[in-house]
Write a protein that binds this ligand. Structure first.
Ligand code: AMP
Length: 188
């Protein structure tokens, strides 16, 4: 299964991806996690990305695409993957399509988790307390939500145009949302 998870920051993509990877037996590929690992390791790309991430803006398309390509070339991604955090804008949709065509692994479905903004803000405040992410402060969260609305919302339209978008209500217990996602996936 090759799945893209869409949804605002704090919509539960990361949490659901963790359960989905066990259920589907494919790795969770999060561009945010890849970037945070590069920042932590102090690689040249990580150094470039750090300030942009801390400001809640998008890292350059080239950097993220390069990291993604490298990750998808790992053997565990041969049988599929759950993509979380990519594509993040319309240009990345086209880049993803050509990368996946090249490796013969087209997306099966994109699942969009829908959560109202008030709840998103509440959830991110809880995550900030628990995880201490630098980009979870109220000011940066506001910018991340703006970037999401302006640049990432249109990504759903791209998958609609491909006949590959499933919309899932992301409000409720983790297990309830998880079952909704499973029900939205194409039958193998
Ligand atoms: P996330 O963990 O998905 O919320 O991502 C955290 C931050 O990493 C984002 O606010 C961006 O700065 C950066 N990032 C993650 N994925 C992408 C992407 N596909 N394109 C550009 N920047 C990204």
């Amino acid at each position: 299964m090759r799945l893209v998870l869409l949804g605002a920051p704090g919509s539960g993509k990361g949490t659901q991806a963790t359960s989905l990877k066990t259920a589907l037996g494919v790795p969770h590929v999060s561009t945010g996690d890849l970037l945070r690992a590069a920042v932590k390791a102090g690689t040249p790309l990580g150094l470039k990305a750090k300030a942009v991430m801390e400001a809640g803006q998008l890292v350059s398309d080239d950097i993220v695409l390069g990291m993604l390509e490298e990750r998808l070339a790992q053997p565990d991604a041969n049988t599929g993957f759950i993509l979380d955090g990519y594509p993040r804008n319309v240009a990345q949709c086209a880049a993803l399509e050509s990368l996946l065509a090249r490796i013969g692994q087209p997306i099966d479905i994109a699942v969009k988790l829908e959560v109202p903004n008030e709840l998103i803000v509440e959830r991110i405040a809880g995550r900030a307390a628990a995880e201490g992410r630098k980009d979870d402060t109220p000011e940066v969260v506001r910018d991340r939500l703006r970037v999401y609305a302006e640049q990432t919302e249109p990504v759903a339209g791209y998958f609609v145009s491909k006949g590959k978008l499933a919309t899932v209500d992301g409000v409720g217990e983790l297990s309830v949302v998880f079952d909704r996602i499973l029900a939205a996936l194409p039958k193998a």
